[in-house]
Design a protein around this ligand. Structure first.
Ligand code: GH3
Ligand code: MG
Ligand code: MG
Ligand code: MG
Length: 298
């Protein structure tokens, strides 16, 4: 029941919402909005898989609303189908031009609407799956480097104007080559998963991101976090990995798996590109390595 696709129906006329609901409610979770203003709010909260949108409404009309959806990074991926009494070519072309995926006219033809909605929802779900695969590391389940780079860029853009804070962590497993050499590559993979889990567990804020940056390297983005906060989280991560007590006889640090961490932090407007922050954190990571590993520098 919970995993049923969600359809948002937007129409100023309650009777129209009732008709569409009757056609779709067997297959979908239906939510609705009676105005454009209300619709943005409902869409953000319910994250629908598809939006059915009326054109003529008092206040904001369907075209304007569709443009707002398409410009909102949180909502732009949701397919929009116009459902309207306007049947002329010009109205239809305008609807498609503002980003709708399809256009149907009222009175609704139930069977065709069901089929169209099913097709578009199926495509949306497939696209979600591909996006997920493109942005996640399959071994550890963490975000991958592509997702990290994207989020960092977006975060720097978003916060640069307000001079908001950002912290970036680079983390690297100590003497991991020796671990693979002693225990074998499959055991190395198991170790990577355990370390990833420990890092993910240390993350508290929903806006923070922890990613597998490369082989045995990880990176975290902590928006709105100052140096003290970042050092504190980094130390929690370092201690968390050490506490896993994964035996590592080839490590010169101790006899367990450990990580070294570098922290870069400051105001977003100090450097607006990813490389500035990642290199900064990497430099600090190098310092941790030189100073003997299993430590945090920043
Ligand atoms: P340091 O303390 O200076 O970081 O030493 P290190 O041995 O960890 O660093 P180095 O960069 O020399 O070695 C990294 C190793 O990580 C080498 C590589 O075999 C291993 N590695 C990278 N990706 C994977 C992976 O997906 N699975 C496994 N098992 N090992 C990996
Ligand atoms: Mg209307
Ligand atoms: Mg490395
Ligand atoms: Mg290493």
């Amino acid at each position: 029941m919970d995993n049923r696709p969600v359809i948002l129906v937007i129409d100023d006329e309650p009777a129209n919402i009732e008709i569409v609901t009757a056609v779709l409610e067997d297959e979908y979770e239906i939510c609705f909005a009676l105005s454009g203003e209300q619709a943005v709010q409902v869409a953000r909260e319910s994250r629908p898989d598809l939006i059915l949108l009326d054109v003529v409404m008092p206040g904001m009309d369907g075209y304007q609303l569709c443009r707002i959806f398409k410009a909102d990074p949180l909502l732009s991926d949701i397919p929009v189908i116009f459902a309207t009494a306007l049947g002329d070519d010009e109205a239809e072309l305008r609807g498609l031009a503002v980003g709708a995926i399809d256009y149907v006219t009222k009175p609704i033809r139930p069977a065709a609407l069901q089929r169209r909605v099913r097709n578009h929802v199926q495509m949306k779900r497939m696209r979600d799956q591909l996006t997920e695969q493109a942005l996640r590391d399959p071994l550890t389940g963490l975000a991958n480097r592509r997702m990290l780079e994207r989020r960092l860029q977006a975060e720097l853009h978003r916060q640069a104007r307000d001079g908001g804070l950002i912290a970036v962590l680079m983390l690297d497993i100590d003497h991991f080559k020796g671990f693979n050499d002693s225990y074998g590559h499959p055991e190395g993979d198991i170790c990577l998963k355990a370390v990833s889990q420990a890092l993910a567990q240390a993350i508290r804020r929903s806006g923070d991101l922890c990613a597998r940056y490369g082989g045995e390297e990880f990176a975290c983005i902590l928006p709105g976090t100052d140096l003290d906060g970042a050092l504190h989280l980094a130390e929690t991560m370092r201690a968390g990995v050490e506490a896993l007590a994964i035996p590592h006889r080839a490590s010169q640090v101790g006899q367990v798996v450990t990580i070294s961490i570098g922290v870069a932090s400051g105001r977003c407007d100090m450097g607006s590109d990813n490389a500035f922050w990642l290199t900064g954190a990497d430099r600090m990571l190098y310092r941790s390595k030189l100073a003997g590993r299993n430590r945090v520098s920043g």
